[in-house]
Ligand binder design. Sequence first.
Ligand code: F6P
Length: 526
Amino acid sequence: MWDGEHLHQFVKETFKDRSLIVVSNREPYIHSRSNGKIRCDRTVGGLTAVLDSAMKSMGGVWVAWGSGDADWEVTDREGKVAVPPDQPSYLLKRIPLTPKEIEQYYYGVSNRFFWPLFHKFVDRVQFLEEEWLCYKEANRRFADAVLTELKEKQSPVIWIQDYHLACVPLMLRERRPDATLSLFWHIPWPSYDLFKIAPCRQELLESLLCCNLLGFQTDSDRDHFLEAVEKEFAAPVDFSSHEVTYKGHVTIAKTCAASIDTAAWIKLASLSGIEKKVGNVRRQLGLPSTGFFGIGVDRLEYTKGILERFSAVDIFLTRYPQFREKFTFMQIASPSRMAMAEYREYGEKVENAARMINRKYSSNGWKPIEYLPSHVGSLDLAIYYRAADIAIISPFADGMNLVAKEFVAAQVDERGVLLLSQFAGAAREMPGAVLIDPHDLEEFVSEIKRSLEMAPSAKKAAMSGMRSHLQTYNVYKWVKDLLSESCLSHKRSQTVTPLSDRFPVPQSERAYSPSLIPPPDFPPLP
Ligand code: F6P
């Protein structure tokens, strides 16, 4: 079973003195001022949580947007700070973004174009040429920050994350043909019918094809990507080995499902005294000993299907009144992208729906929905996961959904049931989950009832298989598989056509000097 120590050894033996750099939009730690003091918090989101576990074992440099209001008070002149604060094990190199970049690169192209299109919310898609130019400029700043870190080191290993940084591979490849370059696409990749809507589709693919390895969450994401390449470029695509040969360079597309630090969740969920806290949660909710507790944990996000989940609870309580005063559903929703009107509006709708359902059914001090629109830390989450009889994770589209995996890992007594949308990437790996279609409320409601009434032996059997899968396929195995595949792919690519032939002349130095990162002179985001 892979753990942090194995990953550490793997990186040491495989990469020796090569630089290892991870790049993402979101930073793993954020510094902010509170009551005159600087505090450091983990940021919200699955990607940063799991990569932080891996980076703690691997060391190296993580390049990301510095978005905290005290971020620049703790960094050196190069924008770097050692993290985690209690046990520094890698360097976080922060990049300042201007208000225009935040608006056009992050909210604009990343979250009004890529996010809705790739999650099939076509009516929300907005593409503006001006924002696309700004997206590329911002990507250039991330690429420059990486290049500054590489200095003279040969054959660096660079791992780029997600849809925010899709143009970074080309920018790096032009300057560092010797790099082992990979990118992991954390969100779904849509079918060609949707993808062809994207005006920037050829630029996007051209850049991604500069990677040695492209990682996807599911086979269908990978195959949709290969289909897009074949249709757009008529490039040779081998659908059995998942290789693309484009302009003499080979890129391998690989399914490699993201995972969690399973052992860390098991440890949290087994802490001494946790049973007492679990009992307290159920008591505070006013549940009788024969009562049921359901939980949902998401970013406050329209793709997650929170409103429809509440509708399912509403119909469930109408159809099966025997569960009134016996079933409470807690929805934890971490505020996300709140500077965007659509996210604020969605938050209001969710809040109103919870209020309306509570007004309809509350009685004798019991209410059906406990809505917590805030971020909840891992220890409290582990307590809620243990206290829950069911978890309902019902997104309309989701690259993976690591909450589903956390819930399973935390079921140390194997008494919970996972109700999971068939449209979450995690559904492919969770055969013991009760799969639902969030559009089909009839079925959804019946499955809630069936899950609550499932025999303990059936629950145990379902949970146990999923838990042993997660113990093997954890975050360390995920990262090791991706990095070793990218090295193999890099070697293979060099034997086909050396990349130095494809990008023979390094581009001249740009006016923007990435070596000194100035502190931003603008207010950070709320
Ligand atoms: O899944 C994509 C992702 O980048 C994840 O890291 C995370 O769940 C979420 O989106 C974070 O979004 P943001 O950084 O915009 O808050």
